[in-house]
Write a protein that binds this ligand. Structure first.
Ligand SMILES: *[C@@H]1O[C@H](CO)[C@@H](O)[C@H](O)[C@H]1NC(C)=O
Ligand SMILES: *[C@@H]1O[C@H](CO)[C@@H](O)[C@H](O)[C@H]1NC(C)=O
Ligand SMILES: *[C@@H]1O[C@H](CO)[C@@H](O)[C@H](O)[C@H]1NC(C)=O
Ligand SMILES: *[C@@H]1O[C@H](CO)[C@@H](O)[C@H](O)[C@H]1NC(C)=O
Ligand SMILES: *[C@@H]1O[C@H](CO)[C@@H](O)[C@H](O)[C@H]1NC(C)=O
Ligand SMILES: *[C@@H]1O[C@H](CO)[C@@H](O)[C@H](O)[C@H]1NC(C)=O
Length: 416
């Protein structure tokens, strides 16, 4: 009973946390960087959409465990965790001049959940990386564990928050929206990556947050990473009437206004042996407090050290912009691949900045251009049936998309 209550206070459902024996929770001290990079999906290139990145300062277009271990700081409190975690940014879409206003994201949490009753959980091997979610999804398949892995909470001050499989439509969330994503935690034991960055891992047997690794193809149990991101959407509620779709005015950096295309990436950068010691030896209290790992000398925990890096991609990604970076069109209820015709320059060197002042905003110097803008061969124009071009230029097909979105609102109201 007590643990049930405590788990509820931690705002996770009891079965999500209390069915496992141990976990720890870490709130990122800050966002390391926000830019159009994705070293798993687009290594060495500017990626299709903007991500916010947490973790080790060695993040860049090409990373592996060894480079990440060389990070001079990390934006997560576990100082030995120089892994990177990243997810798409969020914006508010406005009809007036297609303006896009960035939604501030102050807090993200990562949970590491594992079974500590026996030494059955194995730490991520070197160079292990994975992706959860699918940037191309704009519809829900409710029976897919991979899609159940992504959820959204509409936060109320009272603490009674409704859970959705999509960005909540037709409702305001007075305390903001929290996106949540589970990573797969069963591994094939052989491959540190796979072409889709997913098929070397699998979800647990009975759901993304429940069950065991009983599929013989994926016999190895890894720690389960669960990430939450708090989006300060309430600050935009009084501007909803200026939005393209006031019932749900927010859009992820990949052009997804539904939330079904939400995703997150993980690249292992743990210092050698630390994670294994933590999952074998941190028999902490059941409430996510990692103090016992610190007391046992397994890792150090610093909640005031902040870590930032300067930009690699020479483009503005925060503030009021005329389009989403990468010119991603807002797309629903379907998805069409869209690649911008031009790509910004690459800068070097990258500067690292550390501070312990919570309010300090990093004033990093900028690198100089090492690769000037180049054009991707497969250029495309945003003309498809899935694309919203904004009110002024909304095409007939886009109008259909808009009406489908409205129908979605109606049916959701019905479900509530
Ligand atoms: C870490 O700092 C050292 C010394 O300033 C520097 O040589 C090295 O390049 C830095 N590493 C990274 C990944 O920035
Ligand atoms: C797990 O293995 C470590 C190292 O071998 C050992 O110290 C610890 O007691 C084991 N834990 C359990 C619960 O068996
Ligand atoms: C939905 O997901 C289930 C489970 O992964 C799968 O078997 C089924 O084929 C999917 N349905 C569609 C329409 O993709
Ligand atoms: C978790 O799995 C067990 C069986 O392994 C099942 O009985 C239970 O309903 C599941 N719980 C949830 C929340 O899915
Ligand atoms: C945490 O990090 C900050 C900034 O690097 C440092 O000033 C402070 O001493 C550290 N605190 C602990 C307890 O290590
Ligand atoms: C962005 O645009 C909004 C609405 O026009 C305005 O209120 C806000 O001050 C602008 N923000 C910045 C950083 O320019």
């Amino acid at each position: 009973m007590l643990s049930t209550i405590l788990c509820q206070i931690l705002a996770l459902s009891w079965w999500q946390l209390c069915m496992v024996n141990a976990y720890w929770l870490m709130a990122s001290n800050n966002i390391l960087t926000t830019q159009r990079l994705d070293p798993i999906v687009n290594p060495g290139q500017v990626s299709t959409h903007v991500h916010s990145v947490l973790g080790g300062s060695a993040f860049g277009p090409c990373i592996n465990t060894i480079t990440l271990q060389g990070s001079n700081c990390t934006s997560v409190p576990v100082q030995q965790d120089k892994s990177n975690y990243w997810y798409p940014d969020g914006s508010f879409t406005s009809v007036s001049g297609n303006a896009v206003m960035y939604v501030l994201v102050p807090v993200s949490f990562s949970y590491y959940l594992f079974d500590d009753s026996s030494n059955s959980t194995m730490a991520f091997p070197n160079d292990f990386r994975m992706l959860s979610g699918d940037t191309t999804l704009r519809t829900l398949n409710a029976s897919s564990f991979a899609q159940q892995a992504v959820t959204f909470l509409c936060l109320q001050f009272s603490g009674t928050s409704n859970r959705y499989n999509e960005l909540p439509v037709g409702v305001r969330c007075p305390a903001g929206i929290r996106s949540q994503i589970n990573f797969p935690s069963c591994w094939d034991g052989k491959n540190v990556d796979s072409p889709d960055h997913k098929s070397h891992v699998a979800f647990l047997s009975t759901g993304p947050d429940n069950g065991t690794c009983d599929d013989p193809q994926y016999p190895i149990t890894l720690p389960r990473i669960f990430m939450e991101v708090y989006w300060i959407t309430q600050d935009f509620d009084n501007q909803r009437d200026q939005a393209l779709t006031p019932s749900q005015p927010f859009v992820f950096a990949n052009g997804d206004p539904t939330g079904y295309g939400y995703h997150a990436d993980f690249m292992n950068g743990w210092e050698d042996g630390v994670l294994q010691k933590a999952i074998s030896g941190c028999n902490c209290n059941p409430y996510g407090d990692p103090t016992c790992c610190v007391d046992a000398g397994i890792f150090s925990f610093n909640q005031t050290s902040q870590c930032y890096i300067s930009e690699t991609v020479d483009e503005l990604v925060l503030g009021n912009l005329s389009t989403l970076p990468g010119a991603n069109p807002v797309q629903a209820p379907c998805f069409e691949s869209y690649i911008a015709t031009s790509t910004p320059a690459i800068l070097a060197p990258i500067y690292t900045y550390t501070t312990s002042t919570a309010s300090a905003s990093a004033q990093l110097p900028s690198g100089t251009v090492v690769t000037s803008a180049y054009t991707i061969q497969t250029a495309q124009t945003a003309v498809g049936t899935c694309i919203w071009k904004g009110a002024a230029s909304r095409s007939w097909n886009a109008h259909i998309c808009f009406r489908v979105a409205v129908i979605l609102v109606v049916s959701l109201w019905f479900l509530l």
